[in-house]
Design a protein around this ligand. Sequence first.
Ligand code: SF4
Length: 300
Amino acid sequence: MSASALPLLPRTVTRLDAPDDVAGASRRRGAGLHGLAVADIDRAGRLAAMRTGELGSVHSWELVTAVDGPGTRLTLFLNGCPLRCLYCQNPDTLAMKDGVPVHADAVLDRLRRYLGVFRATGGGLTLSGGEVLMQPAFAARILRGARQLGVHTALDTSGYLGAHATDRMLEDTDLVLLDVKSGDEDVYRRVTGRELAPTLAFGERLAGSSDIAIWIRFVLVPGLTDDPGNVARVAEYAASLNAIRPGAVERIEVLPFHQMGRDKWHELGLEYTLEDTPAPTHEQLELARAPFRARGLLTY
Ligand code: SF4
């Protein structure tokens, strides 16, 4: 899942070679593993190294601007996710086993190349997925290394596995992009196959921290998540986090559902249930943004 001010579109990640330079980085880049050394390691060694966080299961990375946090960012997509969102744009990231083994040090080497760019644009690193908290040790190692390099860090997460995030990991995190897929428990379960409570609890934990910024993202799916009562609950929840720590929620991004992930579902032989679901209109999006704005939340 991803977001940007313009356009506000969930992203489809593709394994293509990403370029080494960042010229024109304000345009969307293809994602790939280019430049990231792939570990040559047997299965037992791989599992042991994944436990310590030296190694992760990675789908791809890309450089983006005004997506996944402020400035120009290196976004790393990890494999593995416990949710099964009906509108998932990247079903090829769901299984951990489908990722490629990559050393945390290789990610940090890649990060070093862009220090000047991050400084110039106010950008940094975003760990995304899949679900980044499926691989907490790997994520923690990269966040620590990024922090030591002085790089701004962000986690893009559903929060479902928030309990996997250690306090130390959160100390090394500047921003969390928290995907709240529904405010209503039943709708959340219909959308994701899982329960809502862990996400809410994780957001509250973040709001209770001293200084982690939170951006809440909500995908508007006509006929699925767009009931006004459901949207109002997400808005109420976001406002409740600011009641815990004023200013904790820096922004809301209401993202339009679209069909860009459909082909991947078909290619993977998965049952896609949103074939006939249209993208929301501009009016529907603005209507959904209204309850957030009414609560004083900066909303895109
Ligand atoms: S949280 Fe949902 S949308 Fe994001 S990767 Fe997992 S299944 Fe896909």
